[in-house]
Design a protein around this ligand. Sequence first.
Ligand code: ADP
Ligand code: MG
Ligand code: ZN
Length: 476
Amino acid sequence: MEYEPVIGLEVHAQLLTKSKLFCACSTDFGGEPNTNVCPVCLGLPGSLPVLNEQAVTFAVQAGLALGCTIHEKSIFARKNYFYPDLPKGYQISQFEEPIATHGHLDIDVDGVSKRVGITRAHMEEDAGKNVHGVAGDSLVDLNRAGTPLCEIVGEPDLRSSAEAAAYLRAMRDLLVFVGVNDGNLEEGSFRCDANVSIRPVGTEKLGTRCELKNINSFKFVQRAIDAEIIRQTAILDAGGKVKQETRSFDPDTGLTHTLRAKDDAHDYRYFPEPDLPPLRVTAAFIAAQRAGLHELPVAVRKRWVETLGLTAATAQTLSQHPQYVTFFETVCQSFDQPVKVANFVANEVLRGAKLHGLAATFTVTPAQVAELLLLVESGEISGKQAKEVFAALEGTARTARSVVDERGLKVVSDSAALEVLCQRLIDGFPSQAASVRAGKKALIGFFMGQVMKETGGAANPKLVSDIFERLLGGAP
Ligand code: ADP
Ligand code: MG
Ligand code: ZN
């Protein structure tokens, strides 16, 4: 039988606050174990949670970026379960009345775009970490306990592992863009659970799902889902039934295996958190957040393609990170040729760029790039020379002009000398020259290439093509 995969993802994104959700402890990653803790996040009796306003602001911004309805009233609830990394014996989350519901995320797979529903986005605190196998012991580190998370539950709208990976990438780009998450999968500040089921093609009823836990890379999410689809297909083909359970993916074997059985009856005994009043955000606050939201990547790309003439691929490359957007647009302010700027930034500048969450470092400044492109535009240096100048500028505060002067770079614009060279090439390649004269204009490119080779890319291209046009009776 032919089956159709159905996938819905749950994303846990750490909100980029300096302190935890209900106490003043630092959210810094990588500290000595159990140093960023206090009575509240240790769950000591008598301690009371106090909500972090910045976390609420970030959650509202995330919800708005996902097109969600933001609710003026939402409720914190206790999700009760026992695990060593959860000192209180419950996690403060939101359950029946989350802060945001009914949104969407647009994804693009192989040039086809698709809108995926977002069921809800709510705030919750993270658990600590169990560290296993330390001299045969298991230890608990509670530095992470109480870190603010936004859990984003997606609708089961995805139909392939490729769509799931695209969804995750788009989600991460969006949250990083809006400035609420650092997008760091390795450090666990962006995590995902994937729910996977299959159903006979053409049927509506959803199959039984398995939940793949905590997959920490885009590559693994795709492999894990594919492995799970194959496993479920084999079960159904053999006449069996998929059991609902929580599974994990082993990248070494490429297989998923059971972590624990999980049926819908799993009882967290949710109830409203008695130590926190209902959360209220005003309509004015929501409106202000909406007004202050960074232009989203989808909108940025659309604007660049439609009004600046960028290709979709280049727009995609340059809109991967808000700092890329700022860099590109800053260069354009001084050099108003967006397509040329975009190509140069995408091909040269981004090669040396490094991202650290919300920050990005570049090897050059927008001002250096703008000046360099102006020198090319005015015909002072060639495009090839621009790459040499760029390499010399990287990591320095120099100006493009000073590099050009120091190295004596200049396009060869001595028309008499160039004409001698062109004539020598025409004589040296008589059959190509004859073809051009016979109308094969494309071969002018061959001659241009020879000139660039002989001059080390320094010949003024406009001048050379004029000379060939004159000598061969054709323009490229
Ligand atoms: P739980 O906490 O039990 O995982 P949630 O409602 O928080 O339940 O999350 C359910 C997730 O599973 C959603 O992302 C949803 O899209 C997805 N999902 C629900 N049913 C199915 C199904 N039959 N097949 C695939 N995904 C599903
Ligand atoms: Mg789940
Ligand atoms: Zn604390």
